[in-house]
Design a protein around this ligand. Structure first.
Ligand SMILES: Nc1ncnc2c1ncn2[C@@H]1O[C@H](COP(=O)(O)OP(=O)(O)OP(=O)(O)O)[C@@H](O)[C@H]1O
Length: 308
């Protein structure tokens, strides 16, 4: 539908004259499902709307911003082109068109922090701001405060032979580490013009270390003595399958408040005690936050959020 909207804008004189936004197009044109094309509307009134997109979806979000503001676009490249220059991303194009708020508050926060915060703290602060405040131009912020964020890496004696590229990589690595703990990735923010690749081995080692560092509370371990007979049956079955390296799928069901979460907590503690990694995922953030190390399925497995 969208690409046909572009085509109609470039081929159809009337569409060009009307000079419409995508959301207004429905008023004047009808989508012909069979022909997969737009034809001029002859009757009825229709109101169009664009799917809501969460800012966390990045490029999809900025594409929506552009479609809501740019009239009669003829292609994706046309949307990306501002003052004759083709931008690298929809975010950059939206920014160049002045459609995003500016980052004055965020910049001021970083400015103040750069005076008294350690570089590592500044890197973490940038992550917090990237994750929660969705700055309009992260690249600009990164470049502006890069020297402060890199100070500790530049200053360490054993790093004396590091090239500028090595230092940049280390700064990005530090930012990416923190972002990963929030289920994000440094490449989402286009801080640099290339794709940052963290070494697979380091990433794996970090993920394993962070799982192994999840505390195992005493009372979770002691819970094994409290399990009722049905919980005990489930515990033995699952625990033995894990210990004997057998694969298996287990489904635990029961009315609310009958001890399913209690069982998971005890199981998880005993499996982690043996040095195994137990990943807890759920579809909702609230459910996953009931367990130590719990994450949403989307965040853990980097599943894209499909709003379509
Ligand atoms: N064997 C047990 N010994 C002591 N307390 C238990 C036991 N099993 C469950 N509980 C307690 O009962 C309450 C309800 O248990 P839990 O939250 O595990 O139920 P649930 O089946 O997961 O509920 P829901 O489906 O509503 O999430 C909790 O306070 C839990 O600590």
């Amino acid at each position: 539908m969208l690409t046909e909207f572009f085509t109609t804008n470039s081929m159809d004189k009337e569409a060009r004259r009307l000079n419409l936004l995508y959301k207004e197009f429905h008023k004047f044109y009808v989508w012909e499902y069979k022909l997969r094309t737009w034809t001029p509307r002859k009757k009825w009134i229709s109101i169009g709307r664009l799917y809501t997109v969460n800012p966390m979806e990045n490029e999809r979000y900025y594409l929506r911003v552009l479609l809501n503001n740019v009239r009669s676009p003829t292609s994706f490249d046309n949307l990306l082109t501002v003052h004759g220059i083709c931008c690298n991303s929809f975010q950059e194009a939206a920014h160049e068109r002045g459609l995003l708020h500016n980052d004055d508050d965020i910049e001021q926060t970083l400015q103040e922090a750069s005076v008294f915060k350690l570089p590592v703290e500044l890197r973490r602060l940038l992550v917090t701001l990237l994750h929660h405040c969705k700055p309009a131009n992260p690249t600009l912020l990164f470049n502006k405060f890069y020297d402060f964020m890199a100070e500790d890496i530049v200053g360490i004696k054993e790093h004396i032979h590091l090239t500028n590229d090595d230092i940049l990589h280390k700064v990005l690595e530090g930012i990416n580490d923190t972002l990963e703990s929030l289920g994000r990735d440094v490449n989402e923010f286009n801080l640099v013009s290339f794709k940052f690749i963290s070494s697979q081995f380091q990433r794996l080692a970090r993920e394993i270390a962070s799982e192994r560092n999840i505390p195992i509370p005493e009372d979770h371990l002691r819970g094994i003595h409290k399990l009722n007979s049905q919980q005990n049956v489930a515990f033995d079955m699952i625990y033995n399958a894990v210990m004997s390296n057998d694969s298996g799928v287990f489904f635990i069901d029961g009315p609310g408040g009958t001890g399913k979460s209690f069982l998971y907590t005890v199981l998880l503690a005993h499996i982690r005690l043996k040095g195994y990694i137990g990943l807890i995922v759920s579809l909702s953030g609230i459910a996953s936050s009931n367990f130590l190390g719990g994450q949403t399925t989307h965040s853990r497995f980097k599943i894209p959020i499909d709003g379509g």
